[in-house]
Design a protein around this ligand. Structure first.
Ligand code: ADP
Ligand code: MG
Length: 348
C-alpha cells in the first residue's frame, strides 16, 4: 500500500516565497493523480517536497502509512522523473537505467539484467549502448521512466514528463504512460500545465493556484462542475463562457435572455458559466450576431456578439457553420448552467 497523505503541508523558500501553502491531499494507493495549474503555482515544489528534495516548512508527508517528512530522499521509496529528464550524458542507456542499482551497489550482472528487462518493457531494447545525446526526445523520456522503474519505488512522481515532446509524440507517449501506469499499479503523481493531458490521463485531478489546491475531483467533475471561475477558466480546450448575469423575478438572465429559474433575490449579480459544447444555435436563447467562425476540425467555434458587447462561444458540428453576420440565439442544454457568485465560487 502506498497511499500518500499530505497534511497542512507548506514549503517556503529561503527568499520567503511560499510555494506550497498549508496544503491537504490524500492520493490513493495505485491512483493516477494529476496536479494541474499555471506556471509558478507550486507544482514542482510540491513534487520535490514529497520526494524529500525540498524540506517541508510545516505539515507532514506520509507514504504508505509512514511519516517520511524528515526522512532523506533515498529512503522514501519514491522515484521522480524530472521535466528535463536529468539523464547522465556520459553514461549509456543501460548505465542510466541501472544507475539506482549501482548506487545500491547491486552486482553488475543484476544491473545488466534489470537494464535489459526494463528497456525491453519500454521499447528501448536496441538502444542500450547509446548515449542520451543519440536519442530522440521520446526515447530520452522513456529512459528516464525506465530509470525510475528500476528504483522499485512505491510512488512515481512525474514532473511534466511530456512537455519536451512534439505534439504527435506527446499523444503517443501519453497513451503509453497510461498503459504503463495501469500495468504497474504504482501510485503516480503527474504534474502538468496542460488540462487536456490531465483530463486524458488522471483518475483524479487537483487544480492548483498559488500553492493551494482549488478543487480535486474526477476529470468529469472538474470539467462539468468546476467549483470556481478559476478552475472553469483552466479546464476545457475551448474556454468556458463566463457571462455577466443577473436575477430578475426568480430568473437568471444574460444579455436580456431568460435562461433558467433561480431561487435568488432580484438584482443578485452572477457570473453564468456555460461551456461552448453545451450551447446550441437556434431561435431561442442569448441573442447575438455571428462575428467569428473558427474551424476546430470536426467542429467549429462560433462567436456570437450580443447587443451589450457580451461575447458567447458556441461549438457547432462541421457543415453547420453559420455565416458571419447572421443573427442567432445561443440556448443552453438543460442542466448545464453553472452559477458563480461575485467571489468567483460556485453557488450552492
Ligand atoms: P510550477 O512548477 O507550478 O511552475 P514551482 O514550484 O516551480 O511552480 O514554483 C513555485 C514558486 O516558487 C514560484 O513563485 C517560483 O518562482 C518559486 N520558486 C521555485 N523554486 C525556487 C527556489 N529554488 N527558490 C526560490 N523560489 C523558488
Ligand atoms: Mg514546474
Amino acid at each position: 500500500m502506498a497511499e500518500i497523505v499530505l497534511t497542512g503541508l507548506s514549503t517556503v523558500y529561503p527568499n520567503g516565497v511560499r510555494a506550497v501553502d498549508a496544503l491537504d491531499a490524500t492520493i490513493a494507493d495505485g491512483e493516477f493523480f494529476a496536479l494541474l495549474g499555471p506556471s509558478g503555482c507550486g507544482k514542482t515544489t510540491l513534487l520535490r517536497t514529497i520526494a524529500g528534495l525540498e524540506p517541508a516548512s510545516a505539515g507532514t508527508v506520509s507514504i504508505g502509512g509512514r511519516d517520511v517528512t524528515g526522512m532523506e530522499p533515498g529512503r522514501r521509496r519514491v522515484a521522480m522523473v524530472f521535466q528535463d529528464y536529468a539523464l547522465f550524458p556520459h553514461m549509456t542507456v543501460a548505465e542510466n537505467i541501472a544507475y539506482p542499482l549501482r548506487v545500491r551497489r547491486a552486482p553488475k550482472s543484476q544491473q545488466r539484467e534489470v537494464a535489459e528487462r526494463t528497456a525491453g518493457d519500454l521499447g528501448l531494447a536496441g538502444l542500450l549502448e547509446r548515449r542520451p545525446g543519440q536519442l530522440s526526445g521520446g526515447q530520452q523520456q522513456r529512459v528516464a521512466l525506465a530509470r525510475a522503474m528500476a528504483m522499485e519505488a512505491d510512488v512515481l512522481l512525474l514532473d511534466e514528463p511530456l512537455s519536451n515532446l512534439d505534439a504527435r509524440l506527446r499523444l503517443e507517449a501519453r497513451t503509453f504512460l497510461k498503459r504503463l501506469q495501469r500495468e504497474l499499479g504504482m501510485t503516480t503523481v503527474f504534474v502538468t500545465h496542460d488540462q487536456a493531458e490531465a483530463l486524458a490521463l488522471a483518475d483524479r485531478i487537483a487544480v492548483m493556484e498559488a500553492g493551494q489546491i482549488r478543487q480535486v475531483g474526477s476529470p468529469r467533475t472538474v470539467f462539468q462542475h468546476p467549483n470556481s471561475t478559476f478552475v472553469a477558466n483552466f479546464i476545457g480546450s475551448t474556454p468556458m463562457n463566463l457571462l455577466p448575469g443577473e436575477v430578475r423575478s426568480g430568473t437568471v438572465q444574460v444579455a436580456g435572455a431568460k435562461l433558467a429559474e433561480a431561487d435568488l433575490p432580484d438584482g443578485t449579480p452572477l457570473v453564468v458559466g456555460i461551456r461552448p459544447e453545451y450551447l446550441h444555435l437556434g431561435d431561442d436563447g442569448i441573442p447575438g450576431t455571428v462575428s467569428i467562425v473558427e474551424n476546430l476540425g470536426i467542429s467549429s467555434l462560433v462567436t456570437l456578439e450580443c447587443a451589450d458587447g457580451t461575447l458567447v462561444g458556441v461549438t457547432v458540428p462541421e457543415h453547420e457553420e453559420p455565416r458571419v453576420g447572421a443573427r442567432f440565439g445561443a440556448a443552453p442544454h438543460p442542466g448545464r448552467l453553472l452559477l458563480y457568485g461575485e467571489d468567483g465560487n460556485l453557488m450552492p
